[in-house]
Design a protein around this ligand. Structure first.
Ligand code: MN
Length: 746
């Protein structure tokens, strides 16, 4: 029986390996099968007898990683060998020296880099996590292949995540969403980024994921016929032009559909761009491929009307991850909008394989892309020994996420900057000296101060003066990592003085007021004042920008919320509770099910004020150092960050819904301002048996109103009922539950 299984596995290993070699032979790399074979045999031997959690032989994992590296990323034999060997040093007796002796320096170096950053980017403690992350980037800047293989490794781990325990799934999924997906995006590995996000979503919100997948399946016949409606006439027309092309459909991932539903607050039915068309063509010789894109564009827009605002020209200005294409949204004969993506073979390969393809097509030294510049920024950041690891991670994240604007130099060159960049950011991005002596700029020939926030399309000419000296408050006017680190570097000493003063004041004052500053309290303060870290807080106190009175107000605001918490009931840990147990307080039962129930007197949990979850929301808990569990919505940005950085503190939490308990929630209601509208709304709310209203803000303007209504409800069902009844009113156009009442956010 066992022998039988072993033989089957042996066959499977051979099949998977053959498939890898096949992928490799189909690529354009030098055919170095012998070396790959040697690495395969070596790894197979080293991992022999070891099984993955799923019961499969371990070697299937490195083979799968190597396949992703070969096929999806398009790397060559060195990377394939390193992928096959990537877990050998970590998990077996083999050393890096062994690898170096057998496979040479390059492969050994990559395996070494991968070993150093194994076990996830994030280890056990926060500072260590960030330190690991720094290491990851260091290896990345030495050899980009390390990070590309790491991403492939993560992708395969995500594909097989189902066999992990639940808490681990959520931690790994969170880390993937937080760092690997954005990294893949930044490196232009678009399909991998989409798959990573989608898999994270699947493990974090299994129910919602299944629901959307089911809806997609339901829609499949309709989407197919829609594809026909558009593609048939387009094919006809492109054939006439004598083009060599393929036309395919691209269906949005469950994750992106969900994202869109969340962002726009719309149901599945209203996500209109589930389907897109993609045309990939082989350019005719001796013609400009960009011109051909536009020819296809005009052929299509002759057949279908284009949306005036939705043509995206990524030909003349490629995205910073290297993406090039021409996008147009056209209207079908039944009034349906459809996005069409037009790409040449080369553009398509860059879109699919990102960085690797980008390098392949690179023509000369001057051809410095945004990606090169980004890598340079990273290297520069790494060189600065002053920044601490956590600070570094924050600035790095900044460089990953910021969406971009394009501005022009006086010579007409295009420069990419993160959204929100100021004149000062731009000056620093060109040259440190230019930043340090910047006094302002001419924006489109008009004089503007250095704090001016740039817009896409601005033409910027920096003005400098030798008399200009950098100012301390400049730190408040920059958003880019480079400018921040330069300014901080200069004022390190001064900042430190304020910081020390602030720290002293803070400690004395809190003691005097009898406030115990736990980690939870500190987090709340940082969040309330939009501060990055404790140092930032002390600095602001030291400069008297924040007073301890303000802080006290914040702290007590929170404890007044705790009065409400008293009536809330949650359960932590254990499995998903299906059996309705009436006596959860029965302690023997608790132990057996590993469910911890919070009674009214206990204060060992807190509802996160950033996302204010209520029963029915998918939630997750985090154990603070003092044993308090903070409960967040699963999709709260802070929770995602916490999952990635402190996965070990994760506590499973589920609602014990109970109609005796009340939760605060805020509804945002919009509509036409008619006489008596508020009375109608109030009537509905008071009629809804389970709901209490306790605060109303209403704004009216130009015949429209917007009301923010604070209510107490028992669970999400109450809210849904209420929303349904409210939207039935003629004068109400939208009802949305909002996260909190923070004015800055609305
Ligand atoms: Mn691995």
């Amino acid at each position: 029986m066992d022998e039988d299984k072993d033989a089957q596995y042996e066959l499977l290993i051979q099949q998977e390996y053959d498939a890898l070699i096949n992928d490799y032979l189909n690529s354009c790399h030098r055919k170095n099968v012998e070396k790959i074979d040697k690495a395969f045999q070596f790894a197979k031997q080293a991992h022999s007898g070891v099984k993955r959690r799923s019961g499969e032989p371990y070697i299937l994992h490195p083979i799968a990683v190597a396949r992703i590296v070969a096929k999806d990323i398009g790397l060559g034999s060195t990377s394939i060998c390193a992928s096959l060997l990537h877990d050998v040093v970590e998990d077996t007796d083999t050393t890096v020296e062994d690898i170096e002796n057998i496979f040479g320096h390059k492969i050994a170096q990559i395996v070494d880099g991968l070993t150093k950053i194994s076990g996830g980017v994030f280890g056990e403690k926060a500072s260590k996590q960030a330190e690991n992350f720094r290491k990851l980037l260091l290896t990345m800047s030495e050899d980009i292949r390390v990070i590309l293989i790491k991403i492939a490794d993560r992708l395969h781990n995500m594909r097989t995540l189902g066999s992990m325990p639940l808490a681990k799934q959520i931690k790994i999924a969170g880390e993937t969403e937080y760092i690997y997906a954005p990294l893949a995006h930044r490196l232009g590995l678009f399909p991998i980024k989409i798959e990573l996000e989608n898999l994270s979503f699947k493990f974090e919100h299994p129910e919602t994921y299944k629901e959307i997948e089911a809806r997609l399946e339901e829609q499949a016949p309709f989407l197919n016929s829609l594809f026909e409606d558009f593609s048939v006439p387009i094919k006809e027309s492109l054939d006439k032009m004598g083009l060599d092309y393929t036309i395919t459909s691209r269906v949005k991932s469950a994750y992106s559909i969900w994202k869109k539903m969340q962002k726009k607050n719309i149901p599945f039915e209203e996500v209109f761009d589930i389907l897109a068309l993609r045309i990939v063509f082989t350019p005719k010789p001796d013609t400009d491929e960009r011109e051909q894109c536009w020819l296809i564009y005009s052929a299509i827009t002759k057949l279908f009307k284009p949306h005036p605002d939705r043509t995206r020209d990524w030909l003349s200005t490629p995205k910073s991850n290297g993406y090039e294409a021409l996008h147009v949204t056209i209207m079908g004969h039944s009034g349906q909008w459809m996005e069409v993506q037009i790409r040449s073979d080369r553009m398509n390969e860059i879109a699919e394989k990102g960085f690797a393809a980008h390098w392949k097509y690179k023509t000369g030294e001057q051809d410095e892309s945004e990606l090169d510049r980004w890598m340079k920024t990273i290297k520069e950041l790494l060189k600065n020994p002053e920044t601490n690891a956590i600070e570094f991670m924050d600035t790095f994240k900044l460089s990953l996420f910021a969406s971009e604007i394009f501005v022009f130099t006086p010579k007409g060159e295009i420069w990419t900057l993160p959204q929100g960049s100021t004149v000062l950011d731009y000056a620093f991005s060109i040259h440190t000296q230019l930043g340090l002596h910047c006094i302002g700029a001419k924006i489109n020939h008009k004089l503007e101060p250095l704090t001016y926030v740039l817009k896409s399309g601005d033409q910027v000419e920096i003005l400098t003066s030798n008399k200009q000296q950098p100012q301390q408050d400049w730190i408040n006017y920059v958003v880019t990592a480079k400018a921040q680190s330069k300014i901080k570097g200069i004022f390190k000493r001064q900042y430190k003085i304020y910081e020390n003063r602030g720290s002293k004041i803070f400690k004395e004052e809190m003691e005097r007021r009898g406030i115990v500053v736990t980690k939870t309290v500190m987090d709340n303060i940082l969040q309330a004042f939009h501060l990055k870290d404790e140092e930032d807080l002390y600095y602001k106190i030291g400069r008297e920008a924040i007073s301890c009175d303000d802080i006290q107000k914040e702290v007590f605001k929170d404890s007044s919320q705790n009065v409400l918490v008293k009536y809330w009931k949650l359960q932590f840990g254990g499995k998903k509770k299906k059996e309705k147990s009436d006596n959860l307080s029965n302690s023997s039962k608790l132990k057996k099910n590993k469910i911890l129930t919070i009674t009214e007197d206990e204060t060992n949990y807190r509802i996160a004020s950033c996302c204010s979850p209520i029963p029915g929301d998918e939630v997750v808990g985090f154990m603070e150092d003092d044993g308090v569990v903070v409960v967040h919505k699963r999709n709260c940005p802070n929770a995602i960050k916490l999952k990635a950085s402190s996965g070990d503190k994760l506590v499973e939490a589920d609602w014990e819904t109970h109609k005796m308990l009340s939760f605060p929630a805020v509804l945002d209601i919009k509509g036409f301002d008619r006489v008596g509208v508020l009375i109608q709304i109030a009537k509905i709310i008071s009629e809804e048996y389970n709901v209490n209203m306790h605060k109303v803000n209403i704004d009216t303007k130009d015949g429209l109103f917007e009301a923010k209504i604070h209510i107490y409800v028992h669970d999400i069902e109450d809210i849904n009922n209420l929303c349904m009844n409210l939207i039935k009113l003629d004068c109400v156009t939208s009802v949305v539950r909002v996260e909190n009442d923070n004015e800055e956010l609305s």
